[in-house]
Design a protein around this ligand. Sequence first.
Ligand SMILES: Cc1cc2nc3c(=O)[nH]c(=O)nc-3n(C[C@H](O)[C@H](O)[C@H](O)COP(=O)(O)OP(=O)(O)OC[C@H]3O[C@@H](n4cnc5c(N)ncnc54)[C@H](O)[C@@H]3O)c2cc1C
Length: 396
Amino acid sequence: MSKTSAVAPYTAPDYYQLDDLFTEDHKMVRQTVRDWVDRRVMPHIEDWAQNNHCPTELIPEIGELGIFGPALPTEYGCAGLDQIAYGVIMQEVERADSGLRSMVSVQGSLVMYPIYKYGSEEQRRKYLPKLASGEMMGCFGLTEPDFGSNPGGMITNIKDAGDHYILNGAKTWISNAPFAHIAVVWAKDESGRIRGMILERGMEGFSTPSIHNKWSLRASATGELVFDNVKVPKENILPNISGLKGPLGCLDSARYGIAWGAIGAAMACYDTALRYAKERIQFDRPIGAFQLQQKKLAEMITEITKAQLLTYRLGQLKNEGRATSAQVSMAKRNNVDMALHIAREARQMLGGMGITGEYPIMRHLMNLETVITYEGTHDIHLLITGMDVTGLNAFK
Ligand SMILES: Cc1cc2nc3c(=O)[nH]c(=O)nc-3n(C[C@H](O)[C@H](O)[C@H](O)COP(=O)(O)OP(=O)(O)OC[C@H]3O[C@@H](n4cnc5c(N)ncnc54)[C@H](O)[C@@H]3O)c2cc1C
């Protein structure tokens, strides 16, 4: 077997001619990002992941591409695109790697979005243009060592000290933390209300130790946020939100991006497996001629097509401001599970070659183990759907 499958031009599956529904702008944005990914990411991504390297050197280019917070308004230096364009961007970036998509979507959905949505005009003008260009990078601190799926229990807290607050506590599993210039952090005030705030690197008592030894998302930097009596000026509090709905609103936006992104990872695995199945000869025939391998491919394209349709419709609802959190949960859960299943099947189809870095599948498979866990686990999203349809809370 030659290695041509690994480097052959990618063919994006579009079994139900979804392209007919995309506008020229959507297709142009998609092509621009696809070309950039092919040129700047694909030749290196396996090495970066193997070497646990987060490609922060790409940040200025990503800023120039305009894909940090692309759906936010142009007056803050963003691209002002619609939600479907945002989705296809996430799809194209995650076709390369879920870790890279994490870096981009944390910046856009979890840092820029809350500053835009909940911040003061001054905060918007101070941070958003720099975050859009990549001159400044951010991270989002919600998860704590003892509070993951249940963030409402958080113990990180602020105490009023006159013209500033004193912040104490710790966050863990924070994407972009090791290099971020700012962090959007969620903490309880003295009355137990959750407040959002912007922390800047260099504040005394604020540190961001790295988390090592990950087998997943190796091209993404993950760390902790540690707050030891950090003085947070009152003007750094996000004034227009309090309560758990603040971080959950950001997660809606990020989960929507993940729903699209997971399709990108699935498309990459399917495309690789399809090529391989046509080229790899066993028992004198291409393995794609055997029914068992065709079953896998037929099921993959069916599931990708269903996910594409689900997500496109969700994008329309988002554009109209009608998408519910539970609808976003359903798409995140379905699509990530779909992608993980396809990655596993595709890996088997490549036999021994499937575990190597010659092909992207094993990397996607390992990455998707994080994607199915973060931003609400697979089970938590199921509970959200269950609660939505029954009106009964099964969380506690
Ligand atoms: C690489 C990586 C990057 C991340 N990036 C970020 C980030 O940038 N910012 C951030 O804030 N967080 C981030 N996270 C954290 C992520 O969101 C959490 O890991 C996730 O929410 C799950 O929390 P946990 O790991 O504490 O698991 P737990 O909450 O301890 O869950 C363990 C298991 O119990 C199940 N479970 C929990 N509650 C229930 C219930 N009521 N009923 C049934 N089952 C239940 C879960 O589904 C899961 O299977 C990241 C995580 C990873 C791995």
